[in-house]
Write a protein that binds this ligand. Sequence first.
Ligand code: 3HC
Length: 724
Amino acid sequence: MKQARVTMEVGSDGVAIITFSNPPVNALALTVFDGLKEKFSEAMRRDDVKAIVVTGNGGRFSGGFDINVFEMVHKTGDISILPDASVDIFTNVVEDGKKPTVAAIEGLALGGGLELALVCHARIAAPRTQLGLPELTLGVLPGSGGTQRLPRLIGLPKALEIMLLSKSITSEEGKKLGLVDAVVPSDELLKVSRQWALDIAGRRKPWVRSLHRTDKLGSLPEVHDIINTARQQAKQTAKNMPQHQACLDVIEEGIIHGGYHGLLKESKVFKELVSTDTSKGLVHAFFAQRATTKVPNISDIGLKPRSIKKVAVIGGGLMGSGIATALILSDIYVILKEVNSEYLLKGIKAIEANVRGLVSKRKLAQDKAEKALLMLKGVLDYAEFSDVDMVIEAVIENISLKQQIFGDIEKACPPHCILASNTSTIDLNIVGAKTKSQDRIVGAHFFSPAHVMPLLEIIRTEKTSPQVILDLMTVGKTIKKVPVVVGNCTGFAVNRTFFPYSQSAHLLVNLGVDVFRIDQLISNFGLPMGPFQLQDLAGYGVAVATTKEFSMSFPERTFESPLVKLLIKNGRNGKSNGKGYYIYERGSKPKPDPSVLPIIEESRRLTNIMPGGKPISVTDEEIVEMILFPVVNEACRVLDDGVVVRASDLDIASVLGMSFPSYRGGIIFWADTIGANRVYRSLQKWSELYGNFFRPSRFLEERATRGIPLSAPASTSSGARPRL
Ligand SMILES: C[C@H](O)CC(=O)SCCNC(=O)CCNC(=O)[C@H](O)C(C)(C)COP(=O)(O)OP(=O)(O)OC[C@H]1O[C@@H](n2cnc3c(N)ncnc32)[C@H](O)[C@@H]1OP(=O)(O)O
């Protein structure tokens, strides 16, 4: 069993090496804090100790404060379990101790881990060590002095970038900024750190207490300017979240009234933030993402992933080129197949543009871009498929074309080769119907743009082998995606769950609600854009095709809105032809297009569903709920059908695939914060008023009436039928 412990060894040179260990990332658990306090106090007391080095065991300094403790606070509501490490241990015992301490850092020092290093009197790091304060991504702020010491060591602008954007830096950058005193090879880390500590004790090197420094802070007017600008930016980039503004308040307080005062305010605000819904949602999302790697009967049966070195991508359109880009960026050799040289050239150019786009956004170095492009080869036939480890088919959604391709690749590829399809709607059993390779057929559903969006939905059929799923999960991780394994059904987990999203928006519009009001409210809720702007972006063809697909599978809950077809009839296709619900002009934000209103009126006339022919009167809150509760309702069916392994998989999939706000924890987590009963009662009421589209599902009804959270495992409910 993993056990957290802290040890101390005193060398003949008089240096005490304090090592903390809590695999896999040396998280600072409550027992680690106790151990640190005990060992540091002992080292300060002992006459044979002249100086101290603190380090983490196993090549990783620390991933920060133990996030499980946040979860415990969220479950119990008891904030008294949070340690007072910031002043009590870090400042009083370590920073203000009568012997100097050097942090020997390797691998990573994040959050509380970096904050422990900041209280030390010098920091020696191994090459490429990752340094950062990502606490804001968990809804809190750097709570062990990070808000005070980082600006004092490296100046306010860079410190704000690291904290507000949760952007980590390397030890080499840290050295340039003054955060790290020396970067030394890993095998010399302890030797150099011990000597450095002795040099501080002997006054041959400076004994720096970062909390007392002010030389890098700048003048007060400069500080005000920088903080005010950051406040304005955070209003745009961190909508609905309190921690960014709170972090700025705490930094400012410390600069005006002194570091120690800042520490006290930081501790107080930290405790307030831990209890917010934002922190609850973000911590849930953190663990939900990690839970996706644990798939029963796949990740727990001793299988080892096979190496995937060469992948064939069929189709160089939007999806195929995005997928190929993601693969080559992670050093996987790709052959891109198209039907003719014109399409092939287009595909290759799209991949080049993707890669160069990353360079121009400074997300990729030029040399890495060149190297990635060398991993790509275009082909027009299957000759080179004889040694590929995986094929990902990404052609248009046409059943017979896909069946033909799977028949061909079954013959052209070696027997171990994984046969994956990027279909977003078609049943995989149908895709592979003409092959005898059902065990190696799997869905690899990427989200557009595939080289950017982090979700990879892995769809398994009853016949897909565990080895194939594990291999695809491993490829997914290699290309920096979050793979979520789901079952085979129309729309799979994400598209199926979010199918009612645009449906309900259309229903509301036909009931008389304004398109732009809906978009504004949904974007205020925290999605990047509303359903109509999203439709503009995707093009109306996608809306028509998916509605057709879903209405075939779920006719009883499909709302047939004539609006999209009317828009197409009027020469509109959204952003692609510059004519949508919005006007698109280069360099400016989309503006509502008033000329779309008569088309909407025509749709309302055709559907004729407004009660008494008059627009319904609904509050802003009701509009958001009338759009999102049907999504929760479908999510319940997805859970009931066992399409996902656990409810939190759907949460993280909704966050990463649909950009549902992570600070709301994901679709099911959010619904549970509202309560199944309220969701159920609202849907029940709307189904009586506006029809079947809103009818609550059996799963929702049962959970609501029995008072069981939607996220509770299937066994809690009487009739759930897990399929995975
Ligand atoms: C007082 C302070 O200011 C408050 C804080 O410090 S808050 C914490 C700040 N730290 C962070 O936000 C870092 C969170 N962790 C990470 O970003 C990443 O886990 C990492 C970069 C450290 C390692 O990434 P990677 O190697 O891909 O491993 P990853 O799968 O994420 O994590 C491995 C395991 O460590 C756990 N873990 C990682 N960081 C943890 C932490 N800080 N606390 C508890 N568990 C943690 C994960 O839950 C996972 O557990 P599992 O194997 O049981 O699922």
